[in-house]
Ligand binder design. Structure first.
Ligand SMILES: *Cc1c(COP(=O)(O)O)cnc(C)c1O
Length: 443
């Protein structure tokens, strides 16, 4: 086989048209019929389909309650309110995540303190949590990043020791297992996106799941006026039924919940095939210098639906080849979706350092804080460097070994020919990654 990189004039490793392999979500006649039924009945703004979806989702997730939302941002906002995050309080959150794991806390008068990540899991590093706890710390936001379960055992231990609430952001990881147990069932409450780009993809939608009745009812009170009535049992909420306490309207669109009911039936089975395909891809690359899978080593943990999968990069093993040059070569081999980095570190964005969003006369991040929680460059070194050590890989939805082999070959060939590619390596730009992943048109 000719091993010359395509970037240097060799033959491409990938010779197939991939569309079908990547298409997501999988929509059948059954989804279409469910959506049409809602449209024809004019039931788009109702709640009866959503309530049925909540019931089935809760039973799948293994929690007592589930509450549908119009998106994941809203579900996480309500989860924060549910945990009584309020004026002056602090929540600890990883810096490498999508903004909606954190930013909503500022509209509650609270603020966020970021912790560094574990470079293997790409999730919050349990060993970097305690140093950020102050007297106003109320909660930890755990993000199971890119489908990888966060290390929940030590996280829950720290939370119990300091009496902190734990919110799990499951937007990337619906169905992922941590040591045999589904993520979203460890903390006090889980909230997640179910938008069209995620692995559980039903449109603009989100859901909250919990075993805690008070959190569930506070989430209802916050943004579900028409469900905030006689059934509410929490005494502190009862005087206010009828109007949303947050002043928000967060109801799920029933086109989404109707599709959700169908998607839920097939979700586990489809994720199983995704994992078979993705694990095969990584197994083909076992032992290739510079490349490491982003997946758990514990035999009973897994990557769920492998949302937006990435690989770990070890440039030292490739003579220092930049991930920028590496990805350029993989793209030339025929995989157009290979880019360096993942989410950019939130703690360095001006919004979290300078912006006065609500007119407090000082930066919103510290408007009510009892200490200056802002975090300068260099404060979270691993989060700040992770862009140089990650790259996107194909997200296979089907197990087609013949084609997956070609994609793996694109990565293998690039790594094995690193020396040739070093010659015109432009190096990495200062920032690698983005504030979000979603490119609607390209999926
Ligand atoms: C997508 C996402 C959200 C927000 O969900 P939306 O449905 O887009 O509002 C929150 N957290 C993470 C980690 C996400 O990836």
């Amino acid at each position: 086989m000719n091993k010359k990189p395509a970037l240097l004039g060799g033959p491409k490793a990938i010779k197939t048209e991939p569309e079908k392999l990547f298409k997501w979500p999988i929509i059948t006649r059954e989804d279409e019929a469910a959506a049409l039924d809602v449209l024809r009945r004019g039931a788009m703004s109702g709640t009866e389909v959503t309530k049925e979806f909540e019931k089935k989702f809760a039973s799948w997730q293994g929690t007592q309650f589930a509450l549908g939302f119009n998106n994941g941002t809203a579900a996480l906002h309500a989860a924060m309110f549910g945990c009584k995050l309020g004026v002056g309080d602090e929540i600890i959150c990883p810096s490498i995540t999508y903004w909606a794991s954190a930013l909503q806390c500022m509209s509650l008068g609270a603020t966020v303190v970021f912790a560094d990540l574990d470079p293997q899991t790409l999730c919050i590093d349990p060993n970097d949590i305690e140093r950020h706890i102050g007297k106003k710390t109320k909660a930890i936001m755990v993000v199971h990043y890119l489908g990888h379960p966060a290390d929940m055992d030590p996280i829950m231990k720290i939370a119990r020791k300091h009496k902190l609430k734990v919110i799990e952001d499951v937007s990337h990881a619906q169905g992922s297992l941590y040591k045999g147990r589904m993520v979203g069932t460890f903390g006090d409450v889980a909230a997640m996106s179910l938008m069209a780009g995620k692995s559980f993809a039903i449109g603009e939608a989100g859901i909250l799941a919990t075993n805690n009745r008070e959190i569930y009812e506070r989430a209802i009170a916050f943004g579900h006026y028409e469900r905030f009535g006689g059934e509410i049992k929490t005494p502190s909420l009862q005087p206010f039924t009828g109007l949303p306490m947050g002043g928000y309207k967060y109801r799920m669109h029933q086109l989404s919940s109707a599709v959700g009911l169908v998607q839920l039936k097939y979700y586990d089975q489809r994720c199983k095939e995704i994992r078979k395909a993705m694990d095969y891809f990584w197994d083909l690359l076992d032992g290739v210098p510079g490349l490491r899978p982003h997946r758990p080593t514990h035999p009973r943990s897994n990557m769920g639906g492998y949302y937006a999968p990435h690989g770990l990069y070890v440039p030292e093993e490739l003579g220092g080849l930049s991930v920028t040059r590496f990805c350029e070569s993989v793209r030339a081999e025929g995989f157009a979706g290979c880019f360096p980095g993942c989410n950019l570190p939130l703690h360095l964005h001006p919004l979290l350092n300078k912006a006065d969003v609500y007119g407090h006369g000082k930066p919103t991040r510290i408007a009510h804080a009892c200490r200056d929680v802002r975090q300068a460059p260099g404060s979270l070194p691993l989060s700040e460097k992770i862009g140089q050590r990650t790259y996107s890989i194909p997200w296979f939805k089907h197990y087609v070994p013949k084609v997956i082999k070609q994609y793996a070959e694109a990565f293998r060939k690039t790594a094995e020919q690193a020396e040739l590619l070093l010659k015109d390596d432009p190096g990495n730009p200062p920032q690698l990654g983005g504030w979000h992943f979603f490119k609607a048109a390209k999926r």
